[in-house]
Design a protein around this ligand. Structure first.
Ligand code: FES
Length: 226
């Protein structure tokens, strides 16, 4: 994550932009990436501190800082993390961007936090939402012969007489898009094991999922018997 200052407000506010997972950065190295039109250099130090700076060296404008050499030095009695430009070896503080060995422009920095990098709350929230949708599917479809609750992922494989026909019927009569199971499986000994299924993606929110599965049941199972 990186902190960004949003302009156009009476007070500068900080916002977080997800960039990559902390685990994707190797200790003691930098990585370059694009944030919209800006090239950033992300660093993870050997001490597990995270920093983001411009990828452009302020001395020359060369896009090289992510390949810089990480290190540390003592400033006013405190140890500070540094990066040395790989070209001419100007040394910049990673926390302030100050150039320590020349009268160079500072390196633009953005402070990032390990807590933000390791934020996994959205994963737990997503898992809880899918579990809720599995329960909705069980509730609406659980008594259909051959129905099996998914053991993972976010797809339902529902038994039907003919997957292609069921997909067409659902689209025409209920406005629901699903994939015929045969489109996702190969013939085995001349038989396509997916032909008798449709694949339903549980990607809508819980209310839409409930409404759609209720319509699906009415069209495929209650009216035609699948
Ligand atoms: S290009 Fe970075 S110090 Fe010269």
């Amino acid at each position: 994550m990186s902190t960004q200052i949003e302009e156009g407000t009476s007070e500068a506010t900080l916002s977080l932009e997800p960039l990559c997972r902390s685990a994707e950065l190797e200790r003691g190295w930098g990585e370059a990436l694009w944030l919209e039109t800006t090239q950033l250099a992300l660093f993870r130090t050997e001490e597990d501190a995270f920093f983001a700076t411009s990828h452009h060296c302020p001395t020359s404008g060369a896009k090289v800082m992510a390949r810089g050499i990480l290190g540390d030095t003592v400033v006013d009695g405190d140890s500070v993390a540094t990066v040395a430009c790989p070209l001419h070896k100007e040394v910049y503080r990673l926390d302030t961007g100050e150039c320590l060995n020349a009268d160079s422009l500072p390196l633009p920095v953005q402070r990032v936090s390990a807590a933000a990098w390791s934020d996994e709350d959205h994963v737990a929230a997503s898992l809880a939402l899918y579990q809720q949708k599995y329960r909705i599917a069980d509730e609406i479809l659980g008594d259909i012969p051959g129905y099996l609750p998914p053991e993972g992922g976010f797809f339902l494989w529902l038994p039907v007489a003919d997957g292609e026909q069921a997909a067409r019927t659902l689209w025409a009569q209920a406005g629901i898009q699903v994939l015929p199971g045969a489109y996702l499986s190969r013939d085995v000994d001349g038989i396509n094991p997916g032909a008798g299924f449709i694949r339903v993606a549980l990607v809508a929110d819980a209310d839409q999922t409930r409404a759609a599965l209720t319509r699906l049941r009415a069209v495929l199972y209650d009216e035609t018997g699948g």
